[in-house]
Write a protein that binds this ligand. Structure first.
Ligand SMILES: C[S@@+](CC[C@H](N)C(=O)[O-])C[C@H]1O[C@@H](n2cnc3c(N)ncnc32)[C@H](O)[C@@H]1O
Length: 274
């Protein structure tokens, strides 16, 4: 009741409108896995003093709150909840990929956005790069969408993997927020080298493109969360800053695209060959 998750219904209790909207499986805006993912950091928050003093992070399976399988499953399905509840639609609506044929989805997680982009662009194929555990979940989701012939997987370190140099699109989603500046810059360079001239890069992340007071509060909370749960060097970034890293990597024409969700999008291009 206090949390507005339950309503009194006659002599008993039932779902509130909030619970009914976000916590009922199979509904479009279901975010239950995302909520579990956040809950899994419970024991890490309990050791905040240690985290701050030692400048480290504590992952949920390092505190013993959940095992590694559970952690990855909640984390990845939580990311997929976000995509399925509207983020994937926003990305598809805001990028023109109808003539693109080969996408590299760096740290692509559950492959949520590769799935959405391939479904929306019939010529497109995608290679999803990530570690073993996320790719296990991605494989299942890709099979559920019957996209096994268009989406393939490359297991490896997304910051230094060996890529062919024939991609005409690159997606980096949900990575800049959880890594250091140096690592983000490294990934932008990797994408630049993998793209053909004229290739497009899409950076979708929790970035600040607007500065409303409500957004400021959300950004502060998110900042603390990523330092505790991901990387001491992680930070919610200014869009302008991320765009400047793209330009430093060689990209041109950065476009800042605010979205009606908590994430924003920046696209840019590798210069055409002359
Ligand atoms: C917030 S998730 C985003 C996943 C997906 N791109 C999305 O937007 O739904 C961050 C992803 O980065 C991946 N990641 C983090 N460090 C990595 C590394 N060194 N190599 C490959 N992937 C990594 C994680 O496994 C995770 O899938």
């Amino acid at each position: 009741m206090v949390l507005e998750l339950l309503d009194r219904k006659g002599d008993g209790y039932g779902n509130s409108s909030l619970t009914s909207r976000y916590l009922v499986k199979n509904k479009k805006e279901y975010a239950g896995d995302h909520a579990l993912h956040h809950t899994n950091t419970w024991a890490s928050w309990g050791r905040l003093d240690e985290i701050i003093k030692e400048g480290k992070t504590l992952l949920p399976y390092e505190t013993g709150y959940v095992d590694e399988d559970q952690y990855w499953s909640n984390y990845m399905m939580g990311q997929h909840n976000r995509a399925a509840s509207g983020q994937a639609y926003q990305l598809v609506q805001n990028v023109e990929l109808s003539n693109r044929s080969k996408l590299v989805d760096l740290s692509g997680g559950a492959a949520s956005y590769s799935i959405a982009l391939c479904e929306a662009n019939p010529l497109l194929k995608s290679v999803v790069v990530d570690c073993k555990e996320p790719l296990r979940i991605a494989r299942t989701l890709v099979a559920e969408h019957n996209l096994q012939d268009r989406i393939s997987f490359l297991e490896g370190n997304g910051f230094e993997v060996n890529l062919t140099q024939d991609y005409d699109a690159a997606l980096i989603s949900g990575v800049v927020l959880i890594t250091s500046e140096e690592a983000s810059r490294r990934m932008f360079k990797l994408a630049y080298d993998a793209l053909v001239p004229g290739g497009i890069i899409m950076v979708q992340d929790y970035m600040r493109l607007d500065h409303s007071p409500e957004r400021k509060k959300l950004d502060t909370m998110e900042n603390l969360y990523v330092m505790v749960a991901f990387d001491p060097g992680a930070q919610d970034r200014e869009g302008e800053e991320v765009a400047s890293w793209l330009e430093d990597a060689g990209f041109i024409n950065p476009k800042m695209i605010p979205l009606p969700t908590q994430l924003a999008l920046i696209t840019a291009e590798k210069p055409p060959a002359f």
